[in-house]
Design a protein around this ligand. Structure first.
Ligand code: B1N
Length: 814
């Protein structure tokens, strides 16, 4: 080991103000201390893992001060607290995020360098905490960071899944899932809190005792807390992520064990641990399994018990709960919170029915994240009644009360056709219901909650999603961040609206060159990674065209794939026609049981294999689909994107957040009028956005023509050629009929209107090609995208929730 001696070193170069930051030497000494005393390792014989752990512990020590200070101030001032209940927190890697927010990036790099270690290697060693599927879980993670930046006294509550979202591999182009294993190594960011543990019951029955309903559960488990601090920008505030792990309530059965019945002896433990074993890998569609309902209740009940315990340690009357507590439900997954909060207030704290309902409603808010009919959670009354008998009683009475109070039509009930509609339950039990983009919130009023909205016209509001500029710019795109700092100052990191001041620089040729150089550097870095990991040679001067998101038919990766085939076909016919070279990137996982999405993955990989082997078009077109897309891969791809693919069938994508990250990082969008694309286009300007396709209204109308797909295909030579090539086995010569089913569906069951939008998409793509050939114009528009995307900070979103839903002020002075 080539360690240089510890010198009396200078102060760190970072720009954070107001924080007492350690010097390089102090941090170096801390890292060495943790190496020796926490990990019991000798610096000379330490692995990369050891260095990462020691570095993480050293950084974690620095998080404690702001974390304690925020906690203490919240107690001392009796401030109102926000609780964000979510089955998913897709937090990704934490080391670099913490270093950046604490202003210690350069200090740590220097401290490690003095020990012969490379910070980037250590950062890369950290596994992604993939405790979420996609946008909904990543939004929860951005919110925790923004609440810590804006100064909200906040806890996130979720499940400490032993296995997060599965890992994806491709075998012969097909997705293969293997378990994700992030906890196989100790997680350095969490603190076990065995003293914060609650009993959660299931099953059994509800009985009357002295006129009061009492639930006698048939099974119980223990929820045990693990806390992770989340520090905001410049360490001025911090929030807490509290995740629950399932433990048995009964002692290990020693007698059975001694009698040789090892399985039975361990049964209670296995049952309890199942609750926090694995994240359901379904994005946008509910699993509908008993275990999932149990997981939802497990998280929600533990959270509410913890919230009431903390409240009662500080305040006396539960009637005042909504003055001091706001609870936000991330979709319907924790919607059992309504009946559970009422149960706790009534059965354990002797509150009457009406008051319990009033208090619960004033405390709860519900965010809807999807309108897909198949995505709305419903549980059979049989399952709900057997897993949660007391809650079933409460739900029925909530429903009856609501029917009486509002003389409502029969179609509105929570319980319908022997199913509990969790959306309706969440709506009725919340004082505010919000959608996640302007368009989505309007559609929520018109569709799923049409009748309830009429009865409660002031309940639905909009809070357009956002993303944290710390992770999605400062951390992931240092090249552009530095250029922004030099050009408009560093204020954008805390207040993304500062980006507006970049606008005049779009006209400045010298700035455009610097901007282009930053983008190119990111593309060169990505090209190097693609070469190293996939062995594909790509040209950094080609347009990098990127579609990264979960695989879902409504997101229409298939439309992009068809256009790729058409482009290739056209390029082959006239290779010298002045084509704009492109690299098409795809990234994303399919739910394991989603056959059609898996078939689309297979096709994209077959198309990539064919195109990438073609010498005629090798300099013009490549297709890259790296396996196992996750948060860290997003951080690599987004800064290098020229074109952002946001091409969902209009009316289907509630918001999208990848669209915001890509715009912020200077990609131009090709997209439909769907979700937050509408707001992106309004803000960046129609001239700086490639619009195509039917509108949400147009989609509904077009669907009424049952021949819409056939007519569109017959009208489009390009699309006919594409389908013909696929059906002939051009991309699967070893199995020519591999995609007959897929092509048949394209003709006859095109629910997401791929065919109807194809020509319009093709035209928009050619407009993008043309613009890319004039780099001055492309870069000007890209700069305007950056300058006008300040609205998409999750800090702005959080301020919206604070004002419209939570009624919480910032705890920070400035
Ligand atoms: O939530 C994101 C939005 O930006 C996306 O448009 C939306 O699709 C996404 C069941 C979901 N909606 N619903 C889910 C996830 C997991 C699950 O088990 C549903 N995810 C979204 C953030 O608002």
């Amino acid at each position: 080991m080539t360690a240089s001696p510890v010198t009396a070193s200078s102060a760190p170069a970072s720009s954070v103000s107001g924080l007492a930051r350690p010097t390089v030497d102090a941090l170096r000494a801390k890292i060495l201390h943790h190496l020796e005393y926490t990990l019991a390792k000798d610096a000379g014989h330490s692995s990369r893992y050891d260095w990462r752990m020691a570095t993480s512990f050293a950084i974690r020590d620095e998080m404690l001060k702001p974390w304690f200070a925020a906690t203490r101030q919240t107690y001392d001032t009796g401030a109102k607290r926000v609780y964000y209940l979510s089955m998913e927190f897709l937090i990704g890697r934490l080391l670099e995020d913490a270093m950046i927010n604490l202003g210690l990036h350069e200090t740590i790099a220097a401290a490690l360098a003095a020990e012969g270690q490379t910070l980037s290697d250590i950062i890369e060693d950290e596994p992604d905490a993939a405790l979420g599927n996609g946008g909904l879980g990543r939004l929860a993670a951005c919110f925790l960071e923004s609440m810590a930046t804006v100064g909200v006294p906040a806890h996130g509550y979720g499940i400490r899944y032993e296995h997060g979202l599965f890992r994806q591999r491709f075998e012969g182009g097909q997705q293969v899932e293997t378990p994700e294993d992030w906890l196989s190594q100790p997680h350095p960011w969490e603190f076990a809190r065995p003293e914060a543990a609650y009993i959660v019951g299931f099953k059994g029955h509800s009985e009357l005792r002295r006129g009061k309903s009492v639930w006698v559960p048939g099974e119980t488990v223990k929820a045990s807390a693990y806390d992770t601090p989340v520090v905001g920008w410049q360490g001025k505030w911090a929030s807490t992520l509290r995740l629950w792990a399932g433990l048995p309530t009964t002692q290990f059965d020693l007698e059975r064990f001694n009698n040789g019945d090892y399985t039975a002896a361990a049964a209670p433990e296995a049952l309890a641990r199942t609750l926090s074993r694995v994240l359901y890998p379904d994005d946008t569609t509910p699993a509908g399994k008993e275990l999932r309902l149990k997981q939802e209740y497990f998280m929600t009940s533990a959270a509410l018990q913890d919230i009431l315990r903390r409240y009662q340690s500080q305040f006396s009357t539960l009637a005042d709960l909504p003055k001091h507590v706001a609870i936000q439900l991330n979709d319907t997954h924790p919607a059992i919170a309504g009946p559970e909060l009422m149960r706790l207030l009534m059965d354990q704290h002797d509150m009457g029915w009406d008051e319990a309902q009033t208090v619960a409603r004033a405390t709860l808010g519900y965010t809807n994240h999807t309108l897909l009919p198949e995505a709305l959670e419903r549980w059979s009354t049989y399952l709900m009644g057997s897993v949660l008998p007391r809650h079933m009683e409460i739900i029925q009475r909530i429903d009856e009360d609501h029917a009486k109070a509002h003389k409502r039509p029969p179609s509105v009930g929570i319980v319908q056709h022997n199913e509990v509609k969790m959306g309706d339950l969440a709506f009725i039990m919340s004082h505010k219901v919000n959608g996640v983009s302007a368009l989505h919130s309007e559609l929520v009023k018109e569709t799923v909650f049409h009748d309830l909205h009429k009865l409660h016209p002031d309940r639905i509001t909009n809070e357009t999603n956002g993303v944290t500029p710390r992770r999605w710019m400062r951390l992931s795109n240092p090249a552009l961040s530095t250029l922004l700092d030099e050009t408009i100052g560093e204020g954008w990191t805390r207040d993304l609206d500062h980006l507006k001041t970049l606008e005049p620089f779009a006209q400045d040729a010298a700035f455009r060159e610097k901007f282009a150089a930053a983008k190119r550097a990111n593309k060169v870095a990505l090209a190097g990674w693609v070469q190293d990991t996939m062995g594909i040679d790509i040209n950094p001067d080609a347009m990098f065209d990127i579609q990264i998101k979960r695989l879902h038919e409504y997101k229409r990766q298939l439309l992009n794939c068809f256009e790729t085939i058409a482009l290739w076909h056209n390029m082959r016919q006239t290779p010298d026609a002045g084509w704009t070279p492109r690299v098409k990137f795809f990234g994303g996982k399919s739910a394991p049981g989603y056959f059609v999405a898996k078939e689309i993955i297979h096709l994209i990989n077959d198309v990539a294999r064919t195109i990438n082997a073609d010498p005629v078009t090798g300099h013009l077109l490549k297709v890259v689909y790296p396996p196992n897309y996750n948060v860290s891969m997003a951080q690599r791809l987004i800064p290098a994107a020229d074109l952002s693919e946001q091409i969902s069938t209009a009316g289907k994508e509630a918001s999208g957040t990848g669209n915001m990250k890509l715009t912020l990082n200077g990609a131009l969008t090709i997209g439909t009028l769907d979700g937050a694309n509408v707001e992106i286009r309004d803000l960046v300007g129609a001239d700086n956005f490639f619009l195509f396709g039917l509108t949400a209204d147009g989609v509904e109308k077009r669907r009424k023509n049952i021949n819409h797909a056939r007519e569109a295909i017959e009208d489009s030579q390009n699309l006919r050629d594409v389908l013909q090539m696929i059906v002939e086995g051009r991309f699967s010569p070893e199995e020519p009929d591999r995609y007959h089913g897929l092509v048949d569906r394209a003709w006859h069951h095109d629910h997401y209107l791929v065919a109807a939008d194809f020509d319009s998409y093709w035209e928009a793509q050619r407009a993008a090609d043309a613009l890319y050939r004039t780099p001055q114009d492309w870069n000007r528009k890209a700069i305007l995208n950056v300058a006008r995307s300040g609205f998409f900070s999750s800090d702005r979103t959080i301020r919206g929730y604070m004002a419209d839903i939570w009624d919480v002020p910032s705890a920070l002075k400035d």
